[in-house]
Design a protein around this ligand. Sequence first.
Ligand code: HEC
Ligand code: HEC
Length: 504
Amino acid sequence: MRGPRSNPAPHLGPVLAGLATVALATVAVGKGPPPRWWAPGEGRVFPQQLDYANAQGSLRVLLAGEPVATKGHPFFEPLGSNGRACVTCHQPADAMSLSAETARARWDATGGKDPLFAAIDGSDCPSLPQAQRASHALLLNRGLFRIERPWPPKAWNGAPVTPDFSIAVVRDPNGCNSAPGHGPAAGNISVYRRPRPVANMKYLLAVGFPFDPKQGYALPLDPDDGRMQSGNLMADNRAGNLRLQMDDAGTTHLEFRKRLTPAQVTRITDFEKRVFTAQQSSRQGGALDDMGAKGGPAHLRDSEPGALGSIGEPVWSEYAAWDKLSPADAARLTPEQLAFRRSVARGARVFRDRTFLITDTAGINSRIGFGNPVRNSCVFCHNMSQMGNDVAPGQVDLGTTTMPFADPWPDLPLFRITCLKAPHPHYGRVILTMDPGFALTTGRCADVGKITLQSMRGLAARAPYFSNGLAKDLRGVVDYYDRRYHIGYSEQDKQDLVNLMSVL
Ligand code: HEC
Ligand code: HEC
């Protein structure tokens, strides 16, 4: 008689056989967990859901609609001459941006050979010795790519713009504003910027206002379809729609010899509009979409931007439910999770309700103006529900690139701007800046230092922050504001804001 213990084979046999088959299949096609890094031209399928661990928990990337076969897809294939694809700098694990940490990991894994480090903009300047790590310091240390803009400025269609300021190079640590062929005298200016996330585009492209309340202008019309543009793309808004942005990326980052075909433009646009990303779980707080909270990207994918001219639900109300957890829910959490969730909910309130004096901030305090100073909170500028970018189009000078609010960094170029007509409303006639921002698009000295607000989703996956990487972590962001506007946040307020931003 066979006892249960005498011959386990009948039970385990099929399991073992199954394992063997899996093992064989694994060996046969060389499959492990898919690598974190998406290399150009791999031909992987982009699934409807991707999850990536990061220091704060995990990020989720959702693709609305069907999975995308990336083989032959222009976002993923190296179409230009340097082996890069769009995905090189817009990585899913980094919330479709690229963190400085990832850049360092790529350098270490490839000895600096990855196309990411292409001389054109993945080094501080193409004139530097490319094999040396130091020549890529801005990318490795601060996550910055070189952006070369024409000087004098040109409109999106190449039309010359006559600037009302002159620009002189005060300091050029890497040569790209003074080496032969580089710098204002040679017809260009190099600035250094973070990649902006290619995700949640439905919101960034939504037109929240029928005019630009910051400069008091009509919104620019889209040259392709004649509709109003949202004004939310690129630090300096040089490309008003996704097609113009792609053209710009193609000829610069990818070193295309040809332009993208209309069919390629359509495929990239389709993909860009279907990608949604946000933190999905928190190391300290647990799931971000339970107990009444609506964190994570699914909610972003499934809802619509607030109606024209409205700001929808108050920003970060996703986590309001954590303010009033039922005793039963609270009992299901560890004390650490409960404390963290309460901190996130408080952070959302600090973000919305804690007011301070916003001073000398062009785009807010000047021109048509809300007055100077104006008392308001983070929400005054970061108001789009679920996203934290600005519903009202237009660029704002937070001071992140410009003296005296930003410390001049020895490794970034420094420019002296002289306003030739009216002085700048807050800085006067002469301005020192590391990146003139929007002024490189408009040619107006009143626009020096203005930068387009980013969305605040997926922050945990894409340090450092601000267009020039000024804040190395989320605490650095809060400290910058505390200094810039003399807010006087308590230690608790600061931690609450950091915790809030870590779950977005
Ligand atoms: C070498 C790195 C690199 C590559 C390659 C690259 N980008 Fe970017 N991308 C950037 C940087 C840097 C910015 C921000 C530029 C700025 O603000 O001036 C950006 C900005 C964007 C934005 C604007 C997002 C926003 O919210 O403002 C979109 C869209 C975008 N890229 C799409 C693409 C597409 C499509 C491709 C391929 C055709 C591509 N990128 C290739 C680095 C890159
Ligand atoms: C006066 C308008 C204004 C106010 C008020 C404001 N911000 Fe910003 N914020 C901006 C602008 C403009 C940028 C883009 C600047 C840059 O990238 O250099 C920005 C960028 C950011 C970023 C960087 C996002 C990224 O992708 O790098 C974060 C995070 C942020 N703000 C958080 C806050 C917090 C927290 C507060 C309240 C303490 C706040 N902001 C208040 C205008 C504002």
